[in-house]
Ligand binder design. Structure first.
Ligand code: PMP
Length: 405
């Protein structure tokens, strides 16, 4: 058989990450690599009740085809939940926010289109954009995300900027109020649309993050949200909010992609949410994840002492970002760490342009506190061993060159 691949299929990358992470699937490895929410947070009994309720009272509608826009009461609930005035007719229920990324890419990107991304950015977005064959351009970023000046400089001709202001994946960083104001003003002045991805915004630990970028300029932004981190990712439900100028195109792309997101799941989620359940449930997730973050930060402070390792203390979300001492490449470090029983994600695949090979991402939500402590000790031991090897190699080199006449 002659399988001739489409050019776009050639562009799909074989998930560098999946290949790298294969080594982490061995039994006995503590994985700080995955991006999985803690299953302890899944409200299983609330779903059992909602499932029975939906089947007994709306069984036929729940098992029938339905509207591409989504279940109208759920669209209304989403509009009510957001901190700016949203018309429910601008809410599209998606099959995870990952589908939102795919729809946005289909509607806004041509081959060769420039799309501005953070440095580093969410790998899954780069993968969702890739089949449209755009040119992702990394915008200079610091501990708060993109620099407004560089965004402005790179804006001409770009189709949109993909930004993650809250507890970013992979770094865990958050944009301050001042940065949001500057970024929003820069984008507005350049006529640059923003695609704002906010799956982690509700998972704050001490205080809610500043208002989303979309709230500052709803006509210039597409906002992506998700039920994955506040309820459960297996539902595959997310949503987008888009200006009226672009909504119909996104809806057409949605129809072509999958007609609609599972209506049974949408009705269950609405049933679970309708009496203010999230207001009671989400604080329990915040409390759990905060304890886990504290445990990881304390373990890093203890175990990495004396090593030139930099790391942040995220104010929410699921991830923490590390930068290793000079000379350590985290792709090469991973198999050594796995030998000692710990896995992480190397930072390199998260960069659109030149990558920083010293970086890595850790998740603090899936492993237990005891496992986190054990894993960080193992990671520190791996780093120490690597540094010792480097020193030995350097000494040998120096001795060899000194011995040469
Ligand atoms: N955006 C970001 C930044 C993410 O981290 C994820 C999940 N890893 C998604 C989107 C997709 O989430 P979902 O499709 O489950 O809503």
């Amino acid at each position: 058989m002659n399988w001739k691949l489409a050019a776009r299929a050639e562009k799909m990358n074989p998930s560098v990450l999946r290949e790298i992470l294969k080594v982490t699937e061995r039994p006995g490895i503590i994985s700080l690599a995955g991006g999985l929410p803690s299953p302890k947070t899944f409200p299983i009994s609330a779903f059992a009740e909602a499932c029975a309720q939906v089947l007994s009272t709306q069984g036929e509608a729940a098992l029938q085809y339905s509207a591409s826009e989504g279940f109208a009461p759920l669209c209304q609930a989403v509009a009510d939940m957001l901190p700016w005035k949203v018309d429910p007719a601008q809410v599209l229920i998606t099959t995870g926010s990952q589908q939102g990324l795919d729809l946005v890419a289909k509607v806004l990107l041509d081959p060769g289109s420039r799309v501005l991304v953070e440095t580093p950015t969410y790998l899954g977005a780069l993968q969702a954009f890739a089949p449209m064959e755009p040119v992702p351009v990394g915008v200079a970023s610091d501990a708060q995300g993109v620099l407004a000046e560089d965004l402005l400089a790179k804006a001409p001709g770009a189709r949109f900027a993909y930004l993650l202001p809250n507890f970013q994946n992979p770094t865990g960083r958050t944009m301050s109020e001042a940065r949001r104001a500057a970024v929003s003003a820069a984008a507005k002045s350049a006529g640059l649309p923003i695609v704002e991805d906010n799956p982690y915004g509700e998972l704050w630990f001490d205080e809610a993050p500043p208002l989303p970028l979309t709230a500052r300029n709803p006509e210039g932004c597409i906002y992506l949200g998700s039920f994955s981190k506040v309820l459960a990712p297996g539902l595959r439900l997310g949503f987008l909010v888009a200006p009226k100028a672009i909504f119909p195109k996104l809806l057409q792309a949605k129809q072509a992609a999958d007609l609609h997101s599972p209506i049974f799941n949408q009705r269950m989620v609405f049933e679970v949410m309708k009496d203010g359940f999230l207001d009671r449930h989400v604080p329990t997730i915040r409390a759990l994840y905060k304890r886990q973050r504290d445990a990881m930060v304390a373990a890093l402070q203890r175990e990495m002492k004396g090593l030139d390792v930099e790391f942040n203390t995220p104010a929410g979300g699921m991830f923490l970002w590390l930068r290793m001492p000079a000379g350590i490449d985290t792709v090469a470090l991973l198999p050594k760490a796995v030998e000692r029983g710990v896995a992480f994600v190397p930072g390199a695949p998260f960069y659109a342009g030149e990558s920083d090979s010293r970086t890595l991402r850790l998740s603090f939500v899936t492993a237990s506190v005891e496992e986190i402590e054990k894993a960080i000790a193992a990671l520190a031991a791996t780093v120490r061993e690597q540094l010792a090897h480097q020193l030995a190699a350097k000494t040998e080199q120096l001795l060899a060159s000194a011995a040469t006449p």
